[in-house]
Write a protein that binds this ligand. Structure first.
Ligand code: HEM
Length: 501
């Protein structure tokens, strides 16, 4: 009798995996939901890998969406990825579906040093993540008097930047390096409460680290480490880069902590240090990861936007003149532009919004994962599926943005030159910072800092190309894909404008 019972139990247990897979196939059918269409010509083992050059995958996904629809699935070796390619599907996933799409997938790259358990960017949707987001948001203080702090911190940094550009005289220079230094110093002040020299060892290290992390953790070539299992063994370029990136990060963090131990309580990292303690989820590794996330997410994105804007203005001189006319009207005595001026400079606001749309330089956001079974545009998506939000495709969708490859700030302006309100379709459909539970933590910070840098730079200088014949492509389809898209390097001359007093 007992043996019979055990045998029956074993039989039932051995059927569970089979029943589970049958259930997962049948459940979408029962609920009349379709399976997400797969990109055809999947090969055994490699799936769609041979059809998808990873360094251009955002562009290829956009092309496929015109042929196969806005929602489709690709398979890269063992990993299946659902890609959402238009505003409706992305908005449905990020905003209407609540927290269902707020997870992050497990990836080999982010499993290293348990980054997926401690980081903000790479951690799935847990209570710890919600706490970290709340505390970082609170300590960035991007409201009320906090905005004055941003101005106060940016001012000396911008004055230093202006002096540096002025020292160049008539000599051409690559703007990306000096923009990186200034933006990085503002970020370091918010994170640690410290200022560094622009060519200090710390800033040089962050520059190197940023380049390596960008190449390693993006959706481009670095993705191969997740999907091609044998790359993880032995020495190869991808593994070496991953190890180097994490090694440099650890050295930088150890030396900062050794020298300063506790950071100012007013700073983001100093605030997190005060929350450390018994029973708390926040430990030293978590704080190190948060520092890494914020310094990498908060510098390269903004510094690259500034470089791209200069490149665009070199190709559109009339826009530069229009911006300068608005600056001279609103800050007539050459006074330091203030954030309170934002309401009076609709053209600059429109230029910044169009810049972020046009370059869409975080093209696939950060990979999401479903926490439970879900549905998008009537398609069933299994729990724990990896989902890419193709912001790039959505921001260059011809049916929403006529002539999408034209840089045209008037998309965001009405007939009288006023900025469209936040509820206008052009504003609502711009999702450069993502949306919902995993929306970028630095959205307000980034927009305000970008505004200050743009207005101060163009108040003081007119930018002209070193030689118009040597400028790289301005079209973002030619930019290199990492986590962030970068234009090819270029050089520029800055001509000092006469101060009107
Ligand atoms: C132009 C500048 C920036 C752009 C375009 C940008 C864009 C994005 C995007 C698209 C995401 C992914 C959202 C998603 O997962 O769906 C993201 C995440 C994030 N960003 Fe930004 N970002 C910018 C600046 C910043 C700044 C200045 C900071 C820090 C102060 C920052 C911190 C973060 C963090 C921590 C996350 C991860 C949020 C999470 O996973 O919960 N970003 N950003």
């Amino acid at each position: 009798m007992l043996l019979e019972l055990i045998a029956t139990c074993c039989l039932i247990v051995s059927f569970i995996p089979l029943l589970a897979s049958v259930a997962s196939l049948v459940s979408p059918l029962l609920s009349k939901k379709l399976r997400v269409p797969c990109i055809p010509r999947r090969w055994p083992i490699v799936g769609n890998a041979f059809q998808l050059p990873m360094n251009r995958c955002h562009i290829i996904f956009s092309e496929w969406s015109k042929r196969y629809g806005a929602v489709f699935e690709v398979k890269l070796f063992n990993e299946k990825i659902v890609v959402l390619n238009d505003y409706d599907s992305i908005h449905e996933a990020l905003v209407q579906a609540g927290s269902t799409f707020a997870g992050r997938p497990r990836m080999h790259r982010t499993d290293q040093k348990e980054r997926c358990k401690n980081s903000i960017v790479w951690q799935t949707y847990t209570q710890k993540l919600v706490l970290l987001r709340k505390e970082v948001h609170r300590s960035l203080k991007m409201y009320g008097p906090g905005l004055q702090t941003l101005e106060d911190v940016c001012k000396p940094e911008l004055e230093f930047l202006m002096d540096k550009i002025q020292e160049m005289g008539n000599k051409p220079f690559d703007p990306s390096g000096i923009f990186f230094d200034s933006v990085c110093n503002v970020m370091l002040y918010f994170l640690l409460g410290l200022r560094f020299q622009s060519c200090s060892r710390e800033i040089e290290t962050i520059r190197e680290m940023s380049k390596l992390f960008n190449e390693t953790f993006g959706a481009g070539d670095g993705k191969r480490l997740d999907v091609i299992p044998w790359l993880r063994f032995g020495q190869n370029e991808e593994t070496r880069r991953l190890e180097k990136a994490l090694g440099i990060r650890d050295c930088l963090w150890d030396s900062l902590v050794k020298r300063h131990r506790m950071f100012s309580e007013k700073s983001v990292i100093g605030h997190l240090q005060t929350l450390k303690g018994e029973g708390s989820d926040i430990d030293d590794n978590t704080i190190k990861e948060c520092f890494t996330n914020l310094i990498l997410a908060g510098v390269d994105t903004t510094a690259t936007s500034l470089s791209c804007l200069i490149l665009i203005l070199l190709n559109n001189r009339h826009l530069q003149t229009q911006i300068q006319m608005e600056i001279d009207r609103v800050f007539p005595d050459g006074s330091f532009p203030a954030l309170s001026g934002r309401h009076h400079t609709p053209f600059i606001e429109a230029v910044i919004l169009e810049l972020l749309r046009y370059i869409s330089h975080v093209p696939l956001a950060v990979p999401h994962s479903t926490l439970e079974n879900a549905s998008i545009s009537g398609y069933h998506i299994d729990a724990h599926s990896t989902v890419y939000m193709n912001l790039w495709a959505s921001h260059h969708d011809e049916s929403v943005w006529p002539n999408p490859w034209k840089f045209d700030p008037s998309r965001f302006l009405d007939d009288r030159g006023s900025l469209h309100g936040p509820q206008h379709p052009s504003r609502k459909r711009l999702l450069v910072f993502g949306a919902g539970r995993r929306v970028c933590l630095g959205e307000t910070f980034a927009k305000n800092r970008l505004y200050l840098f743009v207005t101060v730079l163009l108040q003081r200088f007119t930018f002209v190309p070193e030689d118009p014949g040597t400028l790289p492509e301005v079209d973002p389809r030619s930019y290199d894909l990492g986590l962030v898209l970068h234009p090819k390097p270029f050089r520029v001359k800055a001509i000092i404008r006469e101060q009107k007093s």
